[in-house]
Design a protein around this ligand. Structure first.
Ligand code: SAH
Length: 469
């Protein structure tokens, strides 16, 4: 028998106090924290409690008493349903304030080290249309909005092409519009959907892995080059030819048009062969006169203009004179390594993913950079004493780990390398603070520079310069 869901009461007049690190705002009920989505600090709301845990509650707003002065009208009609830009109803200045606070709070609470004054967060040059990559999903179970619930069952079209609904693996929000990537991203997505429906092509059914169309990935560069990747569930020559030719003729601005056959259960296409349908196999980003080739599977920071700002800061903090050996840990496709190569004597990049390392080497080659070396493998395993002896001890270590931060072994090894400076770029201030606490043994924090890479989300990047004591 299905268990009846427990009903909790509505808490009245809850003042929203803070914007939490997971994108949910925070209020207090009975001295306990309550997480509430889509509200803004300064709002006073009645909160329907949905979940009660030992140390916190989760709720949703059901009635507003006061609207915060930090609010702004969200630009996107999908705000509130789409999980993508949860802070779009908060003024950009306030978003920056709460990101800055996130960095400060984490360093104070977790790192507990002596800190300089934290620099003001660098705002993103663009707050809309700033992304250079979007991954759309086809689904035959689109999310039904309030509006579409009014349509009779027979008249409902359940096909959707858009983003996954957060925490609902089988539901996709069908997008009419999205303000994350410039044109022709929207018109391409809408045209592809229209074509698919007119030609009765099946949208993917994630529950039984059936249906022909799975994903559409759209990438672009600041110079205006475009790449599209269609992902099909199986090979069926005629419809593949039909839709690819439709895209080719209607979107001539796409420089690299590709497709992938993905028969796996998950959406990850990184390990699958890519078929080039038209154009060239990559697009090119240009930064500071350097070219970076972006293939269908290459990693590249998703906000290119702000990435350039961040790399320039990292380079400035590294203060390279030209004679240094630099290690670029978690180098991805070697962007930072190549970016700093001309200012150093040698750069050693390490990265887990073999194909990313291949891209990194190509990026050195096409820019005539000859003083970089790249290794693929787990840094915790390969950066041992012999590795350091072979490659030379680093004067500067630049590190840019994923959200989990660095493995403690890696932090210890950096202490052993004993570089003069460490430039630590992070997308998770909590794990960065944890790692800085260990580095405190020999390093003092000299600069803390938050960077806003993802407007309208709670995500924040942070650069810390550590100097040997
Ligand atoms: N510095 C890069 C981006 C790094 S993203 C840039 O600016 O473009 C983090 C990278 O760390 C990813 O490419 C990921 O594959 C890699 N990575 C994660 N864990 C790793 C590990 N244990 N060893 C080596 N690389 C790792």
């Amino acid at each position: 028998m299905a268990r009846k869901k427990q009903e909790y009461p509505v808490a009245e007049k809850v003042e929203i106090l803070d914007a939490g690190s997971e994108g949910k705002s925070i209020g207090k009920i009975e001295e306990k924290v309550v997480f509430v989505p889509f509200v803004v600090p300064g709002d006073v709301v009645d909160v329907k409690i949905l979940k009660k845990k030992k140390s916190y509650f989760v709720g949703k707003p059901v009635h507003f008493h006061t609207y915060s002065s930090q609010r702004t009208e969200p630009r996107c009609e999908h705000f509130g349903t789409c999980g993508g830009c949860r802070w779009q109803n908060m003024q950009y200045e306030s978003q920056l304030h709460y990101k800055q606070k996130q960095v400060e709070d984490n360093l104070q609470r977790i790192a507990k080290v002596k800190l300089p004054e934290i620099r003001s967060i660098l705002p993103s040059p663009k707050i809309f249309f700033y992304r250079n990559k979007l991954h759309f999903t086809f689904s035959n179970r689109r999310w039904l909005t309030e509006y579409s619930r009014d349509i009779s069952f027979e008249d409902r079209n359940m096909n959707g092409l858009g983003f996954h609904m957060s925490s609902m693996f089988d539901r996709v929000l069908d997008l009419d519009n999205c303000y994350l990537q410039p044109e022709p991203s929207n018109s391409l997505r809408l045209a592809v959907k229209k074509y698919a429906e007119e030609h009765n092509l099946d949208f993917y059914d994630v529950r039984n892995s059936s249906g022909f169309l799975r994903n559409l990935v759209v990438r672009n560069t600041t110079a205006g080059e475009w790449m599209a990747i269609m992902v099909f569930n199986y090979r069926d020559e005629d419809p593949i030819e039909g839709i690819m030719e439709f895209i080719r003729t209607n979107f001539p601005q796409i420089n690299s048009l590709n497709y992938v056959i993905n028969q796996k259960v998950n959406d990850c296409i990184n390990d699958l062969p890519v078929y080039l349908y038209a154009g060239k196999p990559y697009i090119t980003e240009v930064m500071n006169g350097l070219q970076f080739r972006i293939g269908p599977m290459s990693f590249f920071q998703t906000n290119s203009e702000q990435a350039l700002v961040m790399y320039e800061k990292a380079l400035e903090f590294a203060g390279l004179q030209g004679g240094e050996i630099v290690y670029d840990l978690y180098t991805g496709t070697g962007t930072i390594a190549n970016f700093v190569a001309r200012s150093s004597s040698k750069v050693v990049g390490i990265e887990y993913i073999k194909t990313a390392v291949d891209d990194a080497k190509v990026n050195s080659e096409i820019n005539d950079i000859t003083n970089t070396v790249f290794y693929s493998g787990d840094i915790a395993k390969i950066m041992d004493d012999a590795f350091i002896a072979r490659n030379g001890r680093a004067d500067v270590v630049i590190t840019d780990p994923p959200r989990a931060g660095m493995h403690e072994k890696v932090v210890r090894q950096i202490l052993k390398i004993n570089p003069e400076k460490i430039v630590y770029i992070s997308c998770n201030p909590a794990t960065q603070a944890r790692d800085v606490a260990i580095l405190d043994e020999n390093y003092q924090v000299e600069i803390v520079q938050p960077v806003d890479m993802f407007p309208h989300t709670h995500h924040v990047e942070n650069i810390i310069l550590l100097r040997r004591r």
